[in-house]
Ligand binder design. Structure first.
Ligand code: MTE
Ligand code: MO
Length: 212
């Protein structure tokens, strides 16, 4: 029988009993699309990804080069500030942590925060230690297929909760920029687009830091 809401509620009970449903959230089986402005068109010939600011050497990778960087895969629960959560989503892409660990990127000791810069000037800020944690990824794929245009193709930041890694700070999903084009390492904090609009600067889902 077709019983979408029955399935949904059963799944929600399961994750709640596992301690994985943050306060004020509910489980969705869909994947809502939320952003400000239009969806950009991807042009592989013009696309690049840059790392700049407080780093020993600024980097620029074109689409081909970016796809040759070491890759990681992580399963996470994602929590949107608009109160929906998705569980066990599998993201694949490049981990900032592994770029640093493999020597492909050296961050200056003066860096304290990271700004994600996306198409059309969209920005999101994160503390450096959050961006360097296991639960932040520069993602190209979701559940084995390229992320679709509405959700950030070809590259987006993602941040979520990894069950069993309770020590990692988990920000709301808006802290990952869709259509990501560069990372700026900063010597002090600066607020991104939604943070300037009144969203919480830190955005910890377990503390319900929704609005600032
Ligand atoms: N480039 C860009 N990325 C963005 C946003 C945006 O407006 N522009 N909005 C953020 C917000 S508020 C949310 S809730 C998530 C939504 O991601 P989704 O559309 O994949 O669900 O994207 C985040 N990333
Ligand atoms: Mo959002």
């Amino acid at each position: 029988m077709f019983n979408m809401d029955g399935d949904r509620r059963k799944e929600e009970e399961r994750v709640r009993s596992e301690g994985r449903l943050p306060p004020g959230q509910s489980l969705t089986l869909k994947f809502p699309v939320l952003h400000y402005g239009p969806v950009p068109v991807f042009n592989a010939a013009a696309w690049d990804f840059r790392v700049w600011g407080e780093v020993e050497q600024e980097k620029r990778w074109d689409w081909n080069e970016f796809n040759q960087l070491p890759r990681s895969k992580i399963k996470m629960d994602i929590h949107c500030v608009t109160r929906w959560s998705k569980f066990d989503t599998v993201w694949e892409g490049v981990s900032l942590r592994s770029l640093v660990d493999s020597g492909l990127l050296t961050i200056k000791p003066t860096a304290t925060h990271v700004m994600q810069h996306a198409e059309y000037g969209f920005t999101v800020n994160l503390p450096l230690e959050v961006a360097l944690a296991e639960n932040f990824l520069l993602a190209t794929h979701l559940n084995g297929i390229p992320i679709d245009a509405d959700h950030g193709y070809p590259l987006r930041g993602v941040v979520g909760f990894i069950p069993g890694h309770e020590g990692l700070e988990t920000p709301y999903f808006w802290k990952g920029a869709k259509w990501l084009r560069s990372l700026e390492f900063m010597p002090r904090d600066r607020r991104g687009f939604w943070e300037q609009a009144g969203y919480h600067n830190r955005a910890d889902v377990w503390k319900e830091e929704r609005f600032g």
